[in-house]
Write a protein that binds this ligand. Structure first.
Ligand code: PNW
Length: 454
């Protein structure tokens, strides 16, 4: 059998990318609102003010997910919609919005999977130094507690942080994403330590306060490598490259974030590489970060390729001229969905859930009124076949969330890149299911027994 019977077939999104209503019903600004308002930061000055208008389309969007046949929806909560200033005063209208969303999903038999933090830090907290503030883990714990108290009678699946590699690497190091900081390595590592502590505190408070038994995970990303051939030496080289922090691109790795979370310690190689830039930490910190988790979530879109060079040392292969790429110019490497889950499962020993995977393309409505996104079908078919192979080879894969149910605000790329199974006409906010929506629906229906090629 390909995928387990109870496999989770989901679609994903994030609050700032779909909700819109950024100034409505008492929501406070986040770092992303401020970033969008800073000239030159986001493609063509696009903002999240309207986005997909999902705030006003709870039933319509839930119908789209139901008609697809998905059994789960991974969405995030906008912290500043619940707490306009991040801490203190609550915004009841914000809480009520997620009540409506959760109830609409449950009525349709769709399991809500909540991501607590998908990059949109309340601006008021950024003004108090954001993740650099040693109180940031406590802010996050308080926010999480309020979310869990409100929704855990109906919600059982939780993710803490989405991709700290990116919100710190692009937000605090390169300045490409909100809040656009370009800090020293020492400062970024301090903010990272706080984010990891925030994760730990959140997991703890979920377990303490949840009204129904929770399933909790973390949703990292990282520099993944697949082996050129499946020889034992190439395989070992790929594993080694995947779990080594690259000096040039040091924030984009698995081990600095995942080893503390899953194993309770920073990786030796990172401690050596970062030297004096490593923040001070205690055993109690590491224990707090290392809370028991139920699943290992991971976002996988692409991967590099390595071969074993001399002495087995990983040799990264350059992308060949004219390589297949997405509109993001990410390499299309379907084997990332075989080796990614395999390597993570071997290292961390937890069931794996693919929390995001999908294709950026530039779709448009064709003359027949439909959106023929053959590239997306081909991409998903190649990737899902590899995920199935991982499952058949004994990797404990429990779920797959396609990114994304609909086109949305693609961060610094604004609305230029489209990841959706459903096309959004941003003038009218009409939703048009693409060919890939029909295709993915059939895959889900067969529980992945059938993953047809074009
Ligand atoms: C993710 N990489 O970001 C985010 O979680 C989503 O919000 C986003 O829309 C989606 O992927 C598509 O970009 C990523 O460099 C950023 O491999 C960078 C990478 C992967 C995912």
């Amino acid at each position: 059998m390909a995928f387990p019977k109870q496999f989770t077939w989901g679609v994903a999104s994030a609050a700032f990318q779909v909700e819109g209503a950024s100034n409505i019903d008492g929501r406070g600004p986040s770092v992303w609102d401020a970033f969008c308002d800073t000239p030159g930061k986001v493609f063509d000055g696009h903002t999240g003010e309207i986005a997909c208008g999902s705030y006003d389309r709870v039933e319509e969007d839930a119908d789209l997910i139901q008609n697809l046949g998905a059994n789960a929806y991974r969405f995030s909560i906008s912290w500043s919609r619940l707490f306009p200033k991040g801490t203190g005063e609550r915004n009841e209208a914000g809480f009520a919005y997620y009540d409506r969303l959760i109830d609409a999903l449950l009525e349709r038999g769709i399991v809500p999977w909540i991501t607590l933090y998908h990059w949109d830090l309340p601006l008021a907290l950024h003004e108090q130094d954001g993740w650099l503030n040693p109180n940031s883990p406590i802010w996050f714990e308080e926010y999480t507690k309020a979310v869990v108290e409100r929704y855990s009678d109906r919600v059982t699946h939780w993710f803490t942080l989405n991709e700290p590699q990116i919100f710190l690497g692009h937000g605090y190091k390169d300045g490409k994403d909100a809040p656009g900081l370009q800090l020293s390595r020492k400062e970024v590592l301090l903010a990272t330590h706080h984010a990891l502590l925030a994760h730990g505190r959140a997991v703890k408070v979920i377990r303490e306060c949840a009204k129904s038994s929770p399933t909790i995970g973390f949703a990292p990303v990282g520099g993944l490598y697949t082996p050129e051939t499946e020889s034992a030496s190439d395989l070992e080289a790929a594993r080694k490259a995947t779990f080594t922090i690259d000096e040039a691109n040091w924030a984009f790795n698995y081990t600095w974030y995942c080893d503390p979370v899953f194993l309770g310690h920073y990786p030796e190689q990172g401690l050596e590489l970062f030297g004096d830039d490593v923040p001070e930490f205690t055993d109690a910190d590491m224990e707090l970060i290392n809370q028991p988790l139920d699943i290992c979530g991971v976002n996988i879109y692409t991967a590099g390729v390595v071969r074993a060079g001399e002495d087995g040392h990983p040799e990264k292969l350059p992308d060949p001229v004219g390589y297949p790429m997405t509109m993001f110019r990410w390499t299309i490497n379907p084997r990332s969905l075989y080796f990614g889950p395999k390597f993570l499962y071997e290292r961390y020993g937890l069931p794996v859930v693919i929390t995001e995977n999908g294709l950026a393309s530039m779709d448009w409505v064709h003359l027949d009124g439909k959106v023929h996104d053959t590239g997306r079908i081909d991409y998903l078919s190649r990737y899902l076949n590899e995920l199935r192979r991982a499952s058949e080879d004994g990797v404990d894969v429990r779920g797959y969330f396609q990114w994304s149910i609909m086109d949305n605000f693609e961060w610094a790329q604004g609305y230029a890149l489209r990841f959706g199974l459903v096309y959004i006409d941003y003038q009218t906010l009409a939703r048009i299911p693409k060919d890939s929506y029909e295709w993915f629906g059939r895959v889900i229906e067969s529980n992945g027994e059938s993953i047809p090629r074009l």
